[in-house]
Design a protein around this ligand. Structure first.
Ligand code: AHG
Ligand code: MN
Ligand code: MN
Length: 326
């Protein structure tokens, strides 16, 4: 018998005594993603490709689909009474939703924007935090990744797949013919060892010494100190890279580089690194910024950036150890 997202969440709610409002919040997020999926699938037919000719607070060009996806999530989540506030890659500051809400939802509405126009996998990433008591301010959102109650992503790829955790392992759902998320994999565990890595090699000259040394070891393959050949992948959509790692292991890194000391990496902590790190940890992997576990970082800004190394435990531990004395 097929298990739909709603059934799964009801089960989790009963087994782990989760608040019903958390389930309702996650269902609202999934509904928004169904709408985004609809737009993604139609592409040029729905006039959603190309640039919106605007920029976000991070100085990045916004694609039409970035703006559309952001608005779908905001509209859907503001209509969910359990949601108190929102933070998005595409919004300068937080958005107030419902004064009696108990949750904060943080999201990257469309991850992998550079892939939209060329029909390569993209996704939506989300994180749910408890709303602290009192007035909603930016400080309400500045909680470490450990405080997350749930996180996940939707991958708009050859299949549309929702992956989520309510901190009792991860579950994967495939969008079925009736446009419903149907459970297709549960309690996925990432292999501890791997021979596959993902990094944007074009930035090599900017990396710090330990990362230079590490990647050189992998490229040396069987003849080098690691004693085995490695394979490389770079999709340029974090959602697609994390999905590959959950399915078959590997490591993904977007390291800090020497270009701009004020930017410790490219990816954003609150709505990219934290939700993905929680999924990775729930699947037996690890995520660090080369020094500490990403989930332990105390944020000081909504849009702060962070270096990311995540995936198969043995490999992440190896990279982290290499950076120890740097
Ligand atoms: P976004 O589209 O939300 O700005 O995020 C893109 C991120 C991430 O998904 C990906 O791993 C990385 O940027 C790609 O970077 P390069 O352009 O350097 O390949
Ligand atoms: Mn992104
Ligand atoms: Mn994005």
């Amino acid at each position: 018998m097929s298990v739909l997202l709603n059934d799964y969440l009801q089960q989790q709610q009963q087994i782990h005594d989760l608040p019903p409002n958390l389930t309702a919040t996650l269902l609202s997020i999934s509904e928004a993603c169904l709408q985004i999926n609809q737009a993604v699938r139609l592409g040029a037919l729905d006039n959603i490709l190309g640039s919106a000719r605007t920029g976000n607070i991070q100085g990045e060009e916004q694609k039409k689909l970035d703006v559309i996806s952001n608005q779908i999530l905001i509209n859907t989540l503001c209509a969910q009474s359990a949601v108190a506030g929102l933070a998005s890659e595409e919004e300068d500051t937080f958005v107030s939703a419902n004064s009696n809400g108990q949750y904060l939802v943080l999201f990257d509405p469309l991850d992998g924007s550079s892939n939209i126009d060329v029909n390569i996998s993209i996704g939506t990433i989300f994180s749910v935090l408890p709303k602290p008591v009192g007035e909603l301010t930016t400080a309400s959102f500045l909680q470490s990744g450990r405080q997350q109650l749930a996180s996940g992503y939707v991958l708009y790829g050859p299949q549309t797949i929702l992956v989520l955790t309510v901190k009792h392992g991860i579950a994967m759902f495939t969008l079925n013919k009736n446009n419903q998320f149907q459970l297709t994999q549960e309690n996925t565990q990432i292999p501890v060892q791997t021979a596959e890595f993902a990094i944007n090699m074009s930035n090599q000259r900017h990396w710090q010494a330990p990362m230079q040394e590490y990647i050189a070891e992998l490229l040396a393959g069987k003849t080098g100190t690691r004693g085995k050949d490695y394979n490389m992948r770079w999709v340029a959509s974090m959602v697609a890279e994390v999905h590959r790692i959950l399915i078959r292991g590997g490591i993904f890194t977007y390291p800090q580089d020497q270009r701009d000391p004020s930017k410790p990496g490219k990816l954003r902590l609150m709505y990219e690194a934290n939700p993905m790190s929680l999924l990775i940890e729930q699947a037996g992997g690890v995520a660090t910024n080369t020094r500490e576990n990403i989930l332990d970082i105390q944020p000081d800004q909504l849009h702060q950036r962070v270096a990311v190394v995540l995936g198969s435990k043995a490999e992440v531990d190896y990279i982290t150890a290499k950076h120890q004395n740097y």
